[in-house]
Structures are given as C-alpha cells and as structure tokens.
Design a protein around this ligand. Sequence first.
Ligand SMILES: [Fe+2]
Ligand SMILES: [Fe+2]
Length: 375
Amino acid sequence: MQQHTVLFVDDEVNILKALQRLLRSEPIEVLTASSPAEALELLERCEPQVIVSDQRMPEMSGADFLSSVRDRHADIVRMMLTGYTDMTIAVEAINKGEIFRLITKPWNDEELKATLRQAFDHYELKAEIKRLNQVTREQNFKLQDMNKNLELKVRERTKQLDGKNQELRTAYIQTIRALAEAIDAKDAYTRGHSERVAVYASRLGGRMGLRKELIERIYFAGLLHDVGKIGIPDAIITKPDRLDAEEYREIQKHPEIGAKILEPVEFLHSIVPCVRHHHEWYDGCSRGYPDRLAGDQIPLPSRVIVVADTVEAMTSDRPYRKALSIDVVVAELHKFSGTQFDPIVVDAFLQLLEDEGEAFISKDQKFDIYAFIEG
Ligand SMILES: [Fe+2]
Ligand SMILES: [Fe+2]
C-alpha cells in the first residue's frame, strides 16, 4: 500500500506543530506549509493524498487555495480547517464540491484522526474506481479490436464459401443438364427439348414477376420434367407413328417415374412435385395425369412448364409432321386456356410474344439462368 501523506497548510506555526505532534505515532507522513504559495510549491515535488488547509490566511483564503489545488491536482482529497466565524465561506466551499470535509477549530483529536482516515479511504476508493474505469476502457478497446478482426475473418470466410457455392452450383447445373440431354438423346426429334422447355418456362416465370427462387426451381424442373422417360421403352419413345392406347398409357407413366427417380436426391426435393404434375390439366379433368389435380393444387412451376412444353413441342419437327407456325401455337393456347392451361401463364406467353416476337422461343439462344435471375 502507498505511504499515507497529508499536507497541512496554516499560517499559524503553532497549529502546524500541534498537528505534527498529534500524528507522530500514526503511520502517516506529515508535511506542512505556512502559506498557500509554499504549499503549491511543495506540491510540485511531492503529491500527498490529502490536504488540510486553514481558511483564514493573509495572502490567499483557504477556499481559493483549495480551488487551485483542485485545478492542478484533482485527485488530492481536500479538507478545510476553520473557526466557527468562517462557517459561511466554508459551507459555500463544500457546496461547490471543492472540499471533502470540514474540520472545525478547535478540533477533537480522535475525530480529526478518524476524519483523516476517511479521507485516505476516500482517496483510495477514487483511485480504485479510476483504475477500474481504465481497465474497462482498455478491455473495450481490445474487444473492439477483436470484433474488427472477427468481422474481417467472417467476411473472408463468406467470400470463400460464396466461391465454393458458385462452383457447386455450376457442377450441379452441369450434372442436371447432362441428365436432361441423355433423356432427349433417346430420340433424335427431341434433342434439346428439355433445355428449351427450361428456358421458355424461366422466361415465362420472369414475365409473371415470380421471385428468383421460384424461377430457379422452374428452370431445373423444366430441365428434368421428362426425366422419367428413361424408364419408358425406346420403341415407344422413338415410334414414328401415333401411339396406340396401350402405348399411350405407358408413356403417361413418365411423370411418376421421374418423381421417383428424383425423390432420393436431397437438393432436388423441391422440384419433385413440379415434375410429377407437369401433365395435369388446369381444370382438373380426366385428361390430366397422374393425379387429376386442378388450379392451385398444381404446383405453379408445373403450370408454367406445361405451357413451355406445349410451345416447344408444337414448334419442333416431329416424325409425323413439320414444326407448326406461331399462329397455330397461339390459337392452341387460346383454345385450351382455362382448361389445360392456367390463363395467367397463357397471358404471360402472349405478352412476351408481343414484346419480343418469336425471339424468346428461338432454338439456339444462349441462356444463363443465374445471369437471368440476377439481372
Ligand atoms: Fe412430359
Ligand atoms: Fe416434355
């Protein structure tokens, strides 16, 4: 513990001597000054924790002296020693917060010692509070620093993860595309069909103002909508003539087979129902399959895909007919709007046709789903 030091300031030397005598046996170092000027000079060399000053002194009042001590050495605990006659000034000084306690002359020895002890305690308490504040401030700075570092690290990591995600996404699209191409390659006439259905359907979704996630889902469901054809015998798929009833029943199984193929693949979960229902009719009639769902029961991506699917099929050559003109396609969409097709999707198609002409259903357009939904 720091040595306790007190400085007494009084112009009466007898009083200073009496105070020194009183504290001789105490573990307190006693400094004295017989004028405020001498005291201020002393304070340049040593710093006591406590100062006790007389009020009435010739050159400068105790209140003024203690006030200048407060300005230069704010930590020192200041007390005043005063006769009853100076009470008004002393009380004013206390109220201004300039002094810790008032000791009246003549003093009681034990009371004076107790007051001094309280003053030293007060000093130590203030010092401790100051120290703790300092520690808190330093820790706050350290924490802020750590936070900044952490933030940087998180940002760095996020960037790396974004890069990895991008790679994964690219690999994922390539896999799905390869799968779709494998299906279309079963029949020379349907080469590129799935990719084009995916593109047309995405464009329709965009025209309908759907959110990104949904357009992305439409794109992948479009790519994979006919994946179930893998399970249908090639003889039926590549048959150049119209299918008989038995063969037609067989080919109608492809949405269910497709859903079964995709079901175990976790990242394709959300597109399973879209694939399963891409041949439902909007009015829920018996021509739709496999579940004869109607209206909103049919997933929105499926309702978009069925329009894109029909448009793509009609505008492509088939073994039994040439590609049909856009007028025939438009007439067909009008004819089945509200029965086979969701009228909202048909409207979106007609609007796109009006805005862009036939360009958006051109066969060899370049399409990047992420550039499309981010742009
Ligand atoms: Fe299909
Ligand atoms: Fe199809």
